[in-house]
Design a protein around this ligand. Structure first.
Ligand SMILES: Nc1ncnc2c1ncn2[C@@H]1O[C@H](COP(=O)(O)OP(=O)(O)OP(=O)(O)O)[C@@H](O)[C@H]1O
Ligand SMILES: [Mg+2]
Length: 211
């Protein structure tokens, strides 16, 4: 039977049955729909009541442009080594170990394409944290520190053509010309997509994100 959104809600709720705060990861290639799925889940789970589910994107751990410049990595922005993977893992550990404190996560400002510290408060009432990004299941660099801190990881999957179409559209929406968007996707996003696709088999669940 195909997986329904209700199945996902049920599965996410079940993660919190142990009593302690749970962390659900959503991995997937650039533009696959991870952030959209996470937002949808968080909105539905929270409903109209007091929020008990928080959304913490991996995107907040992009290195700042000034640092990418210094490292000579500015033109590879979005690749695994252009993030503070160890910082991300440390934040996940705090979210697990310090549930009684407000833990601040950095956000990512798409207009500026820059991380913003202290943008996302995770309050003690958050019994489930949904975190999402490209590299949750990667095995290189500091990325392997991430998986053991997550209760489950889902892999958000979208057929290639549609994924590329959405990515190009989003780059255009945030200021690139069509030609610039196509070139950036072909050169940068797709190289990263291959790295992510290779981690699919390590996920607990594959979620079709085409709906
Ligand atoms: N069901 C949908 N139909 C059409 N467009 C969609 C749908 N879901 C998401 N999108 C669009 O596709 C683009 C990519 O979606 P989203 O930002 O959720 O992906 P992502 O996996 O988080 O990407 P990234 O890795 O770049 O953060 C966005 O512009 C979003 O608005
Ligand atoms: Mg996203």
């Amino acid at each position: 039977m195909p997986l329904t959104f209700d199945d996902l809600l049920h599965r996410a709720r079940a993660l919190t049955q142990g009593g302690r705060r749970a962390i659900l990861g959503i991995a997937g290639s650039p533009g696959a729909g991870k952030s959209t799925l996470a937002e949808h889940l968080v909105r539905e789970l929270n409903g109209g009541g007091a929020p008990w589910v928080a959304h913490v994107p991996m995107d907040g751990f992009h290195l700042a442009d000034a640092e990418l410049e210094r490292l000579g990595l500015r033109d590879r922005k979005g690749a695994p080594d252009t993030f503070d993977a160890a910082g991300y893992a440390a934040l996940l550990r705090r979210l697990r170990d310090e549930p009684g404190d407000v833990v601040y996560a950095p956000g990512f400002e798409r207009e500026l394409e820059q991380p913003v510290a202290g943008a996302i408060p995770v309050p003690p009432t958050a019994r489930l944290v949904v975190t999402e990004g490209n590299y949750l299941l990667l095995t290189t660099g500091a990325w392997p520190r991430v998986r053991p801190l997550l209760d489950e990881v889902w892999f958000c999957e979208l057929p290639e053509r549609e994924r590329v179409r959405r990515l190009v559209a989003r780059h255009e929406q945030f200021g690139k010309t069509h030609e610039e968007a196509v070139a950036w996707v072909a050169r940068s996003d797709e190289r990263n997509a291959e790295l992510v696709a290779a981690t699919r088999g390590r996920a607990d669940l594959v979620v079709p994100c085409g709906a």
